[in-house]
Design a protein around this ligand. Structure first.
Ligand code: MG
Length: 262
C-alpha cells in the first residue's frame, strides 16, 4: 500500500471513530410519561374489512342493530334505502366509521335529487352522500361535504352504480353546563381512500333550512343513515369507538424537600 493510500485509510478510520463516539455521547430522550399499553387489535384480512374490535352494523344479512332497519330492502348482501331513515340502537361519541355505498346505476334527477343519502354523525352532523359524478350542485352540498358547512377538498366520486367507501373519524363536541359548546366536533373523511375532509371543525348541526348551530346533546348519540327518496345501496358498515390513551407524568423527584424546578 502506498503512503498516500495509508493516509486516506487512517483518515477514514478516524472519521468513523468520531461518528461512533458522537453516537455514544448522545443521551436518549424519553418523555417520562407512563402510558398504558395499547390494546391489541387484529386488522381485517383486507382493506375495508372490520378489525377485531369493530361493531359490525351491517354484515350483508341484517340491519337489526338499527331502528327501522327492517324497512330497508336487504338482498344479495346489500341494503337499499327504502321508506325511512335508519338509526343505530347503540350510541357513539368519538368513533371510526367505515361504510360502502353505491348511488343508483340508473341515473335519475339532478343536483340534490340524484343519489342523495347521508351519514349523520351523532344524529345531526351530516356527511353528505350524493351522486356527484358529473352532477353539479352547490359545492357545500356535494358528496363528501359536511352539509352546508364545507365542500369536500376534492371530488373523489366514482361512477353511478360503482361501490364507494367512506372512512370517517369523528371527535364529538363537548358542552358546558350552560349549554354552550366548549370544544367543537371534528370530522376527517376519506372518500374512496382520498382525504376529502381533514379534521374539519364542525360549526354545529348541519341544517337544511338555517345556519349551522350547536345544540347541546349527550356525550354519545346514534348514527343515522338518511332516506332521501333515492335507492342508495349500502354494504359492509362497521364502527369502532376510539379513545385516546391517557398517560401520567410522575411527580419530579424531590430534593431537600423541595420539588425540582420550584
Ligand atoms: Mg343527504
Amino acid at each position: 500500500m502506498s503512503v498516500r493510500r495509508n493516509v486516506f485509510a487512517a483518515v477514514g478510520v478516524a472519521l468513523v471513530g468520531v461518528g461512533v463516539g458522537s453516537v455514544l455521547a448522545q443521551r436518549e430522550y424519553k418523555s417520562g410519561i407512563v402510558w398504558p399499553e395499547p390494546k391489541l387489535v387484529t386488522p381485517g384480512d383486507k382493506p375495508g374489512d372490520p378489525p377485531s374490535d369493530a361493531i359490525v352494523l351491517f354484515d350483508g344479512k341484517s340491519l337489526d342493530k338499527l331502528q327501522n332497519g327492517d324497512k330497508w330492502l336487504i338482498a344479495d348482501g346489500v341494503a337499499t334505502v327504502r321508506g325511512s331513515d335508519i338509526v343505530t340502537k347503540d350510541k357513539f361519541g368519538d368513533c371510526q366509521l367505515h361504510l360502502e355505498f353505491a348511488t343508483p346505476a340508473e341515473v335519475k334527477g339532478t343536483g340534490q335529487g340524484r343519489g342523495n343519502s347521508g351519514v349523520f354523525l351523532m344524529n345531526r352532523y351530516e356527511v353528505q352522500i350524493l351522486d356527484s359524478f358529473d352532477n353539479k350542485t352547490y359545492f357545500d352540498g356535494q358528496c363528501g361535504s359536511l352539509y352546508k358547512q364545507t365542500p369536500p377538498m376534492v371530488n373523489a366520486c366514482r361512477k353511478p352504480g360503482e361501490w364507494q367507501t367512506y372512512d370517517i373519524t369523528f371527535t364529538a363536541p363537548k358542552f358546558g353546563d350552560d349549554g354552550q359548546v366548549t370544544k367543537p366536533g371534528y370530522a376527517t373523511v376519506f372518500h374512496n381512500g382520498v382525504c376529502v375532509q381533514n379534521h374539519f371543525e364542525l360549526q354545529g348541526n348541519t341544517n337544511y333550512d338555517k345556519p349551522a348551530a350547536y345544540e347541546k346533546h349527550a356525550a354519545k348519540e346514534p348514527i343515522r343513515l338518511q332516506n332521501h327518496g333515492n335507492p342508495i345501496q349500502f354494504r359492509n358498515i362497521w364502527i369502532r369507538e376510539i379513545v385516546p390513551l391517557v398517560g401520567t407524568k410522575p411527580e419530579p423527584k424531590k430534593e431537600n424537600g423541595e420539588k425540582k424546578g420550584e
